[in-house]
Design a protein around this ligand. Structure first.
Ligand code: TXE
Length: 492
């Protein structure tokens, strides 16, 4: 699809709140502009959901749940609807991919190869769980001399607010929406204001799939406005959030007021460990993908590259070659392998980190500049001779910028990897199976990959600890996070 076709698609996407089974022009005057990160032009103006819309959407969701049309559906009905969403997404995946490239600024092949297939698989995976949300039968010794039968059932946690970020809006919306719907929860999605278009298109497709009114809503709006109204609303039972630790903290505070549940995925500063016995070609390729994919705007971005001293110079050289091979450009041009960052504000933030790397004494070996052209581009950037104490090794940059750090032993590699406020993901490159399992066992992270960067799958739990948040999306963990386990004991 061409840029012009994607822009026409953007023009046709509904740009208002959807709830209680209808698209609604927001009653407040507020609206926000969506800017194309590559051309810096406004591609859409979207109506912002205000307090009335948030309140009505939550009420609609609550009534869909309690004896409403959604609550009455059984698991196999929910499975059918979720499979229908997957089918429609599959049919329209080219459109979604083009719109995602336009909205986020990422090269065309990435949504085609990663985001859309993952989103489709996520809806299918959770369609599979929808009629298998089972409890347990638990043996008990009896009560007051009488035998007992005890079992548990899993019930929907209630109305789920899903708040998503701009880096992979379709895929992350699927991660949050599909498990909650599979579990029987009504979902209200608050998409990112920087890239809301694919979430709005997803909403129109969920509508087309035939979900009953109130089962799914989308409330576009800015975080401190619509987002804050939603997380403060007492009718929301659970908040599933992916974004920054700062906003995650606000979500946690709002949720604590009503002791409401949260799943918080707050990014990372993930290490990629390259041992001397690794296949160095494969490692260099994988490490480069791990930091340069999606312009480095990835929660699992491997932004700390820890390399055994024996192969340090070799790996640095190979990574510099990979960085120089990246082609920055328009996502709709053939051959572009890296697009633009999401906004001018974010580009400036990344540029400040690059300046901090230079000022901190790391050796800039690739990139570091912003090309002279419109768009929020930053060159793929590598710092060698970095230490784990430097700002560029400690704070999430969320751009194509990595610190390369040398280590002298396995223990030191693990110690550096774990000396971090975040704990989301890690990658280990080694050909020694014993070392692979030992190091994977010692690393503090929600997910460790060996010999392949971040092999995502909707069957695998996803989330972290420490500043990376808590709780898990995906897999059975995603169902557990969307349900409450109720115990029933019958005294016979
Ligand atoms: O995040 P925010 P931003 C990190 C990354 C990035 C930084 C800032 O380091 O540079 O965060 O990005 C909504 N109540 N990550 O400012 O603000 C907002 O509208 C309710 C890592 O974009 O956390 C959007 O939908 N919601 C991360 C979502 O929160 C609020 C992915 C995320 O925005 C809100 C994104 C409020 N008060 C950024 N304020 C990852 N884990 O991958 C904002 N929002």
């Amino acid at each position: 699809m061409t840029r012009a076709e994607a822009e026409r698609l953007a023009a046709d996407v509904p740009k208002e709140p959807y709830y209680a089974g209808r698209w609604r022009a927001a009653r407040g005057a507020a609206a926000f502009d969506v800017v194309d990160p590559v051309t810096e032009r406004c591609i859409a103006t979207v109506a912002e959901a205000g307090s009335e819309e948030v309140d009505e959407a939550v009420r609609a969701a609550r009534s869909a749940l309690a004896d409403g049309p959604w609550g009455k559906l059984d698991g196999s009905d929910r499975a059918r609807l979720l499979n229908r969403v997957a089918d429609l997404l599959e049919e329209r995946s080219e459109q979604f991919a083009a719109l995602e490239s336009l909205d986020v600024g990422k090269p065309g092949f990435e949504p085609r190869v990663i985001d859309l297939p993952q989103a489709i698989r996520t809806f299918r995976h959770f369609a599979g769980w929808a009629d298998k949300v089972t409890g347990r039968s638990i043996p008990t010794p009896g009560y007051m001399g009488r035998p007992t039968v005890s079992y548990t059932v899993r019930e929907p946690v209630g109305v789920v607010a899903a708040i998503t970020p701009w880096n992979s809006p379709t895929m992350i919306a699927a991660w949050k929406v599909a498990p909650a719907l599979a579990a029987g929860c009504p979902v209200i999605l608050k998409p990112p204001e920087d890239a809301p278009l694919t979430s709005l298109l997803l909403a129109s497709l969920i509508e087309e799939a035939g979900f009953p009114p109130g089962a799914f809503s989308v409330l576009p709006g800015r975080g401190p406005m619509t987002g804050q109204l939603l997380i403060d609303h007492p009718g929301v039972d659970k908040i599933s959030f992916t974004g920054s630790p700062q906003t995650g903290h606000k979500v946690a505070v709002a949720a604590a007021k009503g002791f409401r549940r949260t799943t918080l995925e707050l990014g990372g500063k993930s290490p990629q460990l390259v041992f001397a016995d690794a296949d160095l070609d494969a490692a260099a390729d994988g490490v480069a993908v791990g930091i340069f994919a999606n312009q480095g705007e990835v929660c699992a971005a491997g932004s700390r590259i820890l390399v055994a001293r024996a192969v340090y110079d070799d790996i640095v050289k190979r990574l510099v070659t990979r960085a120089q091979g990246v082609r920055l450009g328009d996502p709709f041009d053939d051959g572009t392998t890296m697009g633009a960052l999401i906004s001018a504000r974010h580009r400036d933030r990344v540029a400040r980190y690059i300046a901090a790397g230079v000022a901190g004494g790391a050796r800039l070996v690739a990139g570091g500049r912003q090309p002279e052209r419109p768009g929020y581009f930053v060159e793929p950037t590598l710092f060698a001779d970095a230490t784990n104490a430097m700002t560029i090794a400690r704070e999430e940059i969320f751009g194509p910028v990595a610190a390369i750090i040398a280590f002298d032993s396995d223990d030191e590699a693990v110690a550096i990897a774990n000396d971090c406020d975040y704990a989301l993901a890690a990658t280990v490159w080694t050909s020694d199976v014993g070392r692979a399992h030992t190091v994977a066992g010692k690393i503090k992270a929600g997910a460790v990959a060996v010999n392949g960067w971040s092999p995502l799958d909707p069957a695998l739990p996803w989330g972290g600890t420490r500043l990376s948040g808590h709780g898990r999306d995906l897999g059975w963990a995603g169902i557990e996070a969307s349900t409450e386990e109720k115990t029933v004991t019958v005294v016979l």
